[in-house]
Write a protein that binds this ligand. Structure first.
Ligand code: XIL
Length: 440
């Protein structure tokens, strides 16, 4: 090898980029895979860090509540478009799509509507006017509308609602037809939950979409909400997405969140990462899965805590806007390669306090940062014949050189950012080296 090529080789090595350079934002990773990556948002929060992340990471926004009937027409004939307009303007300023959510639902309707007593004809007129007004207002600005939300029961029968009871099953076909007329460019969806895997409910949705298509009713896609439970991504998710794609409609994951029993810990966060990655990978695997939207990107803006008591931490960012392992699960499934920063951990440290000719007092502190514990056990092996005689704030046993100390009944919990200590007396002779402790 010549000197020059040797030197060139070195130069190349030195010039190599630092390993694990930060990935592009999710929206760019998504674009490279042909996927739009979205989040539900609250309009009033779209400033500061929340606004920065919403704008930088996502290529689609869904108003979490702002476009629901109860939000836009709180009194009959009196409209409030403020938050919806704000979200649409933010999206346009950040080159983002908007998913309109939602036109026909049994929930979050204005009380004047739900408390009124309407003939079937009046109800039909109210619904048609609502769709005309709202879809018309945003005509050309909405990529896709969740036209009908949550029409099914778990067993696949139609949910008994204001709409079904008053108008019959064809309220769905009519709503789609009216939405198409008001904005021919918007993709029209039916959206529901517990339809992620192949089951009775998703099969009912499948059969409905098939019959709508057979009848020539405009239907462009199905939304799988995906409000999931930790460790419970349906094994048939990809198969289910594929069967809708094969029917000739698009699929969107519209409201993804993955809740866990609080408090979160590093094991749960790792499982959540795997779950987010699995859902994203299932969408990546099917070309017609066009959009993956999380229902709030931060744990500080999620419906989960207030809706499912004791559950939470369901989104890809923590409440302080730090990306969680879940974020990297999405990124990895989209082809990202950056190594996540080390996740939180709990550690134990051992120290010798006072020491006299035959004995000493020891202390162990368990500290957590970015993680937490609900119980703990610390073990170590003495190297110089030390023998524990008494412990407090822990239950310690010693067998030969091996020591094991477990939490007392009252101090098993170590919160994120907190610590717990216990102490003991022990004998020693000759020397008293500090052992390596293990937190198990
Ligand atoms: C939720 C919102 O996130 C909450 O803020 C609100 O209090 C209730 O509705 N399925 C849907 C969404 O289609 O509209 C719901 O959003 C969550 C379940």
């Amino acid at each position: 090898m010549s000197l020059t090529s040797l030197v060139a080789g070195f130069a190349l090595l030195l010039a190599a980029p630092a390993a694990h350079a930060a990935d592009p934002p999710l929206r760019d990773l998504g674009t490279a895979k042909g996927k739009v990556i979205g989040t539900a948002v609250t309009g009033s929060k779209l400033t500061g860090t929340y606004g920065d992340i919403a704008g930088a990471q996502f290529s689609s926004l869904t108003p979490g509540n702002a476009m629901k009937w109860g939000s836009v027409e709180p009194a009959q004939g009196s409209f409030n478009w403020t938050e919806a307009d704000q979200i649409v303007a933010f999206a346009q300023a950040h080159n983002q799509q908007v998913r309109g959510h939602t036109l026909v639902w049994h929930s979050q309707n204005p009380s004047w509507l739900t408390n009124g007593s309407w003939t079937s004809a009046q109800l039909g007129t109210l619904l048609q006017n609502h769709i005309n007004t709202e879809v018309g207002r945003y005509q050309g600005k909405i990529a896709a509308w969740d036209v009908v939300n949550e029409p099914f029961n778990e067993d696949g029968t139609y949910r008994s609602t204001l709409w079904y009871n008053g108008l019959g099953a064809d309220y769905i076909a009519n709503a789609l037809t009216w939405a198409r007329a008001a904005d021919p460019a918007a993709k029209l969806y039916i959206n529901d939950y517990n339809v992620e895997g192949v089951n009775a409910k998703s099969t009912a949705l499948y059969n409905l979409v098939k019959s709508l298509k057979d009848r020539g009713v405009p239907i462009d896609g199905v939304g799988l909400q995906a409000h999931l439970i930790l460790g419970q991504v349906p094994s048939t998710l990809q198969q289910n997405i594929q069967r809708f794609a094969d029917l000739g409609v698009d699929v969107a994951i519209t409201e993804l969140d993955i809740r866990m029993t609080l408090p979160s810990d590093s094991t749960k966060l790792a499982q959540q990462k795997a779950d987010y990655k699995a859902v994203t990978a299932a969408c990546v695997a099917v070309a017609r899965c066009v959009n993956l939207t999380v229902w709030g990107f931060t744990d500080s803006d999620s419906w989960v805590e207030s809706t499912f008591p004791g559950q939470g931490a369901a989104t890809p960012y923590d409440a302080n806007y730090a990306p969680k392992p879940a974020y990297y699960g999405i990124a990895e499934a989209l082809g990202g390669t950056s190594t996540p920063p080390p996740t939180g951990a709990c550690t134990a440290s051992y120290s010798v306090g006072s020491q006299w000719n035959t004995g000493f007092t020891g202390n162990v502190t368990i500290s957590c940062s970015g993680a937490s514990l609900s119980s703990w056990k610390v073990t170590w092996t003495y190297g110089a014949g030390q023998q524990i005689t008494q412990a407090w704030n822990a239950t310690c046993t010693q067998s030969g050189a091996a020591v094991s100390c477990a939490n007392a009944s009252y101090n098993g919990t170590v919160p994120d950012g907190g610590s717990v200590s216990f102490g003991f007396n022990a004998s020693w002779s000759g020397s008293n080296p500090v052992p390596t402790v293990t937190l198990g």
